[in-house]
Design a protein around this ligand. Structure first.
Ligand SMILES: [Zn+2]
Length: 336
């Protein structure tokens, strides 16, 4: 019988239904105005009342069956959607994947710390070129033609008059020339280059140069500045001592030692049993350097000091070999 085949077709199709769109299409196919059940009722008017009644009842029962099938399929689809949502649930409480983060190199850290301390004393950070003209690196700094620093074994020459700067001091000259008139306080951090290599020397290393020019600047200002610097860097009870020395661009000049922070001056391996550690060179700016940059040495005076950053970092962290700074070994670098 035709109705029977409609029923079995509906059962099969609804059981295989996979989406809401498909379900709607099936509903129209069976229950729609032009659907298969409605078609069954066509021409019913020509039947005898008895048969008409029977057919009507059968079609109605088939209609209920299809409606039940629709409800069942809907439920199945809903359960499926729920399962999919559960499977795709994102646990926002799980920790994220952190990107690998590096850290500042110990040289950069040390330099930043020194510049920070100096900034509290009014020193502005300045920069200068690493390839420098002879005039800035030597001549303006009162380094005469026959000074040993000019010899080929100490200095890397790029051209006869052009060098890789051997010190950050040329930035003093550039800063003073750029300035209309004192006062000035600058601190320059950067790379310097010398033909020198052993456990504590490298052909490339870093310096911070400090320069202060004003009326009435004396050795007392210099010593006060350096004392505060080593106390902040090493230990609150550090002291400095100045030994007479010679630099062409300062007069008088001094080597600066600080009291050994390890043995507090009693004598140990670090300070070679002297109680003192040499840390930098300094002095009052030579009058002829001031004259070169157009500053009247009768009115103004100044002090300058140069610190090797590697040396400071090696002392602070107890690093035995300067090469460790440049090997890029993460086992070393991760300690800072
Ligand atoms: Zn010591």
């Amino acid at each position: 019988m035709q109705l029977e085949s409609i029923r079995s077709e509906a059962k099969l199709k609804f059981s295989k239904c996979k989406s809401r769109e498909e379900l709607e299409a099936l509903r129209v196919q069976f229950l729609g105005k032009k659907g298969s059940l409605a078609t069954m009722l066509k021409g019913m008017g020509a039947l005898e009342p008895e048969k008409r009644k029977k057919l009507g009842a059968e079609v109605n029962s088939a209609k209920s069956e299809v409606e039940a099938l629709i409800e069942k399929a809907k439920l199945k689809l809903a359960k499926k959607a729920e399962g999919k949502l559960l499977r795709e649930k994102i646990d926002i409480t799980l920790p994220g994947k952190n990107p690998a983060v590096g850290s500042l190199h110990p040289i950069t850290q040390t330099a930043n710390e020194i510049l920070e301390i100096l900034s509290h004393l009014g020193f502005d950070p300045v920069r200068g070129p690493e390839i420098e003209h002879d005039f800035y690196n030597f001549e303006a700094l009162n380094v005469p033609e026959d000074h040993p620093a000019r010899e080929m074994q100490d200095t890397f020459y790029i051209a006869p008059e052009v060098v890789l700067r051997t010190q950050t001091s040329p930035v003093q000259i550039r800063s003073m020339l750029a300035l209309e008139k004192p006062p000035m306080r600058v601190a320059c951090f950067g790379k310097v280059f010398r033909h020198d290599q052993d456990a504590t020397h490298s052909p490339m290393f870093h310096q911070i140069e400090i320069l202060c020019v004003d009326k009435g600047i004396s050795f007392a200002d210099l010593k006060g500045t350096l004392t505060l610097l080593v106390q902040r860097l090493f230990s609150q009870d550090s002291t400095v001592r100045l030994r007479p020395s010679f630099f062409p661009f300062t007069e008088p000049s001094a080597e600066v030692d600080m009291s050994c922070f390890s043995c507090k001056g009693k004598g140990c391996r670090l300070c070679k049993d002297t109680g003192w550690i040499e840390i930098l060179g300094c002095g009052l700016v030579h009058p002829s350097v001031l004259k070169t940059v157009g500053v009247d040495p009768e009115v103004y005076s100044g002090f300058a000091a140069g610190l090797g950053i590697e040396r400071i970092a090696m002392l602070r962290y107890g690093i035995p070999h300067i090469g460790l700074f440049y090997d890029n070994d993460l086992r070393f670098l991760k300690q800072f």
